[in-house]
Design a protein around this ligand. Structure first.
Ligand code: DGY
Length: 325
């Protein structure tokens, strides 16, 4: 039987590409050429190849226009990411195209990244690193770069899904208190003593650090705005490894400048790879280039999960294990 044609928009880990090439007539992007930024080009390549599946990634413009331009041969779009806010789900549904993602396998890695940023922000690690690299360090000093400890601080997790819960487990090891905000209360076995808030006011007023784990999209757009920042304690810390669009950048920069927010740690940006100019000149913000899931182990697991989904639809005629539409 002819192998199904699979269009792969990005350069993927070696093991993922090898498996894709073994099981599919795979059209890879081995040099990660930037055609994946252009929805019309993705659709053109899918048409030219007669693709049955598209393996895309976070940030690819799989919007309504791109999906409308895909050929009728496309049965499934599998994203190499847990987030799928870059895919126009309604447009895919309307065309009967299955959409899948890669949940679970990146929860620990993303929580690790949030924890890294939390430590960087609290302990001023970015500033210290920049100082050493600039050869501006003149030696140990009793009052140099004093940060704050995480011990006994209250961590507020906004979005208590798998990633948020992994972060909670790490934070307990640092003797932090855990509070969370979500649409509904989690069962006791997942909560593990974390304090649920059913409203933003009580949540924001109770915490020393907020870590954002909300899905992207219109419902969460600019959720952390000037008003909500003002409700946080003076000296609080903001961490975002979810989606950049859920933070109002101008409001956060103002709060960082005034000192109302002590520090921030960001891994995701509104309209990335663009980064809001206001952050770049601030010492009290640690900026990472969307590294959340970037471990070798996790990226391999994401690739296999994406291929499991594609196999189910295109080779085994089974329901996709991680179908989102
Ligand atoms: C995801 O999977 O949604 C991430 O943002 C990419 O690591």
């Amino acid at each position: 039987m002819a192998r199904p044609v699979l269009l792969v928009t990005r350069k993927l880990p070696e093991a993922t590409e090898a498996r894709a090439a073994r099981d599919y007539d795979a059209r890879l992007n081995p040099k990660d050429a930037p055609w994946f930024r252009d929805g019309a080009e993705i659709a053109r390549r899918a048409t030219e190849a007669g693709a049955a599946g598209v393996l895309c990634a976070a940030g690819d413009p799989m919007n309504a226009q791109t999906i409308a331009a895909l050929p009728a041969s496309v049965k499934v779009i599998a994203t190499f990411s847990v987030g799928y806010d870059h895919i126009a789900i309604d447009a895919a549904k309307a065309r009967g195209i299955v959409v899948t993602n890669t949940p679970e396998v990146l929860s620990f890695a993303t929580a690790e990244c949030a924890f890294t940023l939390m430590l960087m922000a609290a302990r001023r690690a970015g500033e210290g690193e920049r100082m050493v690299r600039a050869r501006a360090w003149e030696g140990w000093a009793p009052t140099q770069l004093m940060g704050v400890t995480l011990e006994n601080k209250t961590l507020g997790i906004a979005g208590f899904g798998r990633i948020g819960r992994e972060l909670a487990a790490m934070a307990r090891g640092f003797r932090m208190k855990i509070h969370y905000r979500d649409i509904q209360r989690a069962p006791a076995d997942l909560e593990q003593g974390a304090v649920f808030h059913d409203n933003d006011d009580s949540f924001l007023g109770a915490i020393d650090i907020i870590s954002m784990h909300m899905p992207g999209g219109d419902a969460t757009r600019k959720w952390l705005n000037a008003e909500r920042l003002a409700r946080m304690k003076k000296g609080a810390i903001v961490i975002n490894t979810g989606r950049g669009g859920s933070v109002d950048d101008a409001a956060l920069v103002d709060a960082l400048k005034s000192g109302h927010i002590r520090a921030a740690g960001l891994d995701v940006y509104d309209g990335e790879p663009k980064v809001f100019d206001g952050y770049l000149g601030l010492e009290n913000v640690a900026l990472l280039p969307h590294l959340g899931s970037a471990t070798i182990e996790t990226r391999d697991a994401m690739g296999h999960r994406a291929l499991d989904n594609l196999d189910a639809v295109l080779r085994l005629n089974q329901p996709a294990p991680h179908r989102v539409a």
